[in-house]
Design a protein around this ligand. Structure first.
Ligand code: DHB
Length: 389
């Protein structure tokens, strides 16, 4: 079959791009080796920048974020046993929304189905070829039928283990990496929220993040060793560990049954450029951020906003200005988000490599942020999201 834009990856980036292109009259075929159920049940981050929320609302996807999501006008930074609120509404007049990535996917998948979009979940043996002149995707669908999709352009929105990224020849690809000497232990639990807003806590025992999901389900994380065996931790050990990282001024976590435990990998990665011939990379296929600050999904959607405008403009006017600029334009935001995620991570975590000086310096850094309107404003601007261009 033939289409205009072939998209590998039906996560939020791939489906959002297909949806936006569909509204601009551009045809797409999206393939993913995961089933719809697999994607829907993979737990990811939960914070949407205001720009990501606008994308859902302004493009007739769903307004469920307004009813099922929660608007947050600030966060708490907690260190030395005390909380310090960063007031986004006051500092930058913006907010973020607690609305899990799985719900963004559910909304996009339903919108594609409603609009008759061609999305093939659960495919196998996906291959891409000829990205320089005549791109094609080959795969076997869930019923065992072989397909070949020929397209004008190919988009790799296929996550951190992207097969599309391999089509950038080694000779012209630059990869930038940073590993961290720790990971996150993530839990879901049945409990009421412990606080009105998210808490990012630094303690001598390491970092903890008290996040939320609903009135009855909460999401929390704590810094742990990379090779931790989550099943060897009892609920009580988990709660004691979380509690000692937020201790001080009498603050108590509301405990409950822990029904999900996972380790989150911690890595910074950028592939440059994000384009080769007729292939474009978007989202995790092109870059990965550590989870602190929840930039991954938001960055993927920002890539897609740029790529949509570039491709829609190309199909409408024949101009290649937008597609030629895609990689450079997207990478500007990518590197800002890389810096922010790295900065939040390094400011809040205990590194096995640090000494007493480093730990005191981190506290000086946190004090600088919370005691200065300029410092807090920068954090608020980055956290709520820079304007999409
Ligand atoms: C969540 C994850 C994050 O990495 C973050 O910075 C904030 C919230 C979450 O899953 O709720």
């Amino acid at each position: 079959i033939r289409t205009q834009v072939g998209i590998v990856g039906a996560g939020p980036a791939g489906l959002m791009l297909a949806h936006l292109l569909g509204r601009s009259g551009v045809e797409t075929v999206v393939v993913d080796n995961r089933t719809r159920h697999d994607i829907e049940t993979t737990i990811r981050a939960g914070i949407l920048e205001h720009g990501s929320v606008r994308m859902l609302l302004d493009n007739d996807i769903s307004d469920r974020v307004l009813t099922d999501g929660y608007e947050h006008e600030g966060i708490e930074l907690r260190f030395d046993g005390q909380g310090h609120r960063i007031d986004f509404a006051d500092l930058v007049g913006e907010s973020v929304w607690l609305y899990p990535q799985t719900d963004v996917f559910i909304d996009l998948a339903a919108a594609r189905e409603r609009d008759g979009g061609d999305v093939r979940y659960g495919v196998t043996d996906t291959r891409v070829e000829n990205v320089l002149d005549a791109p094609a995707i080959e795969f076997t669908d869930a019923d065992g039928v072989d397909w070949r999709v020929e397209c004008d352009y190919l988009v790799g929105a296929d996550g951190s283990r992207s097969i599309c990224r391999r089509e950038l020849p080694e000779s012209m690809r630059r990869s930038y990496f940073r590993e961290y000497p720790f990971a996150w232990f993530g839990i879901l639990c049945e409990a009421p929220p412990s606080a009105p807003e998210l808490i990012y806590a630094k303690s001598p025992h390491g970092f903890a993040l008290i996040s939320q999901r609903t009135d009855t389900v909460q999401r929390m994380y704590f810094q742990c060793e990379k090779d931790v065996d989550v099943d060897s931790w009892s609920d009580e050990q988990i709660w004691d560990e979380l509690q000692r990282r937020v201790d001080g001024d009498g603050f108590e976590l509301k405990r409950g049954n822990v029904f999900e435990k996972t380790v989150l990998p911690f890595r910074s990665f950028v592939c440059e450029p994000l384009r080769h011939g007729r292939l474009f990379l978007a989202g995790d296929a092109g870059h990965t951020v550590p989870p602190t600050g929840a930039k991954g999904l938001n960055l993927a959607l920002a890539d897609v906003a740029i790529l949509h405008r570039a491709l829609a403009d190309h199909y409408e006017t024949g101009s290649t200005t937008g597609i030629d600029a895609y990689s450079d334009t997207a990478l500007q935001r990518v590197w800002k988000a890389q810096h922010f995620s790295y900065w939040m991570t390094s400011m809040l975590h205990e590194s096995p490599e640090s000494n007493a000086f480093d730990r005191k310096r981190q506290l000086g850094e946190l004090t600088s942020v919370v005691s200065s309107r300029a410092g807090s404003t920068w954090l608020a601007e980055a956290y709520t999201g820079w304007p999409q261009r």
